[in-house]
Design a protein. Structure first.
Length: 362
């Protein structure tokens, strides 16, 4: 099967759709820790998290210095990254998030196809990037102050209904990071969702890294997002780290891979489709079946921060096209691969061309 031709044939349909996303926003400072320096212009970076960790551990009981190079300052947060990925494909997106208030921070210069509505101050993330992953340290003091009442004072319920009503996919992100986001998503469920028109739409949820949240909070969130299924088919996306946390909350024994935990989450939460996307594969359990697809790794990633959000963008583009779940996984992995390889969001045509990597896959 030619996934590339299939994706390309749906370009007009995909670009006619609308997506709305809320409610986070971060300023990302991307950082490379220096391992050795030769001269003013030449240095080597710590290639892996293990090696960086060994350096940190070696300083216990004494002191030391590690040089940091800020490689870029960019917009961040699950919502803006996801929105920008879709907007670069030519899809109309509305992004409601914490991008500066009352004035939007100039770093949030998203693609022109994305309408941005800012409701609060952003968080700040210090993103240490390595060849085998990243470590994100976040300052969430200001963004954590956002409550539901603040949101609806700045954007009325009627405006929220307007922003989300024409969406073919509603995307809700970053529940894990912010202590008041459970309240916001509960209120959105109870106050906004019943007021939306009955059009055929989907809901995609990415709760983000949930390791710091208590097991009972995670269970409560899963049940809450499951209740969104009353209004539309609901999808939950998780990376491997998030899936492993879910396993520790819902299952016994050792982590057995993507499909077993996806089954457990689906059964517990009532969410219709659970998607797990490690860096080397992706899998989904859905009503009527399950599927797992081997991925193609990017050997020399240029930028990893936002890779998972761009997987979500590609997966949702597949949903907008009406593809089956396997095809959605492949469009997600291709979109993420290109983003990580090139260090930026890519166009629809670039993604459809790169999708030839998966043509005729078993």
């Amino acid at each position: 099967m030619s996934y590339s031709k299939q994706f390309k044939s749906k370009k007009e349909i995909i670009q006619s759709k609308k997506v709305s996303v809320g409610f986070d926003g971060f300023v990302d400072l991307l950082i490379r820790p220096v391992k050795t320096r030769d001269d003013e212009k030449n240095c080597t970076y710590f290639p892996t998290i293990d090696q960086f960790g060994e350096k940190i551990t070696s300083l216990a009981g004494r002191s030391g210095n590690i040089e940091l190079i800020i490689t870029s300052t960019d917009f961040g947060g699950c919502g803006p990254h996801f929105a920008n990925g879709l907007a670069n494909m030519g899809i109309g997106v509305t992004c409601v998030g914490t991008m500066g208030y009352p004035d939007k921070n100039s770093v949030f210069a998203l693609n022109e196809n994305c309408k941005t509505i800012s409701i609060g101050e952003p968080g700040y993330s210090y993103v240490f990037e390595f060849g085998d992953g990243k470590i994100i340290m976040s300052d969430i003091e200001k963004i954590s102050q956002l409550r539901w009442n603040d949101l609806i004072e700045r954007v009325s319920i009627e405006q929220l209904v307007d922003y989300f009503d024409d969406a073919d996919i509603i995307t809700l992100v970053n529940w894990s990071y912010l202590v008041h986001f459970h309240e916001i998503y509960e209120q959105f469920l109870e106050t906004v969702m019943p007021k939306l028109s009955k059009k055929d739409r989907k809901i995609y949820v990415d709760i983000a890294d949930c390791a710091k949240r208590a097991p009972e909070e995670i269970k409560r969130a899963l049940k809450m997002f499951g209740r969104y299924s009353k209004y539309a088919p609901t999808y939950l996306g998780l990376n491997k780290s998030e899936a492993m946390v879910m396993h520790s909350v819902l299952c016994e024994g050792q982590y057995q891979g993507s499909l077993p935990i996806a089954r457990a989450i689906k059964e517990y939460s009532g969410i219709g489709t659970v998607v797990i996307h490690p860096v080397d594969s992706s899998a989904a359990v859905f009503d009527g079946g399950e599927v797992e697809v081997k991925g193609i790794l990017c050997e020399n990633p240029k930028k990893t921060t936002g890779g998972g959000d761009n997987f979500n963008s590609g997966f949702c583009a597949g949903l907008l096209a009406g593809f089956d779940i396997k095809s959605c996984l492949i469009s997600g992995m291709t979109t993420s691969y290109l983003y990580v390889k090139n260090g930026k969001c890519n166009s629809f045509d670039d993604i459809s061309e790169a999708m030839k990597m998966y043509d005729n896959i078993d």
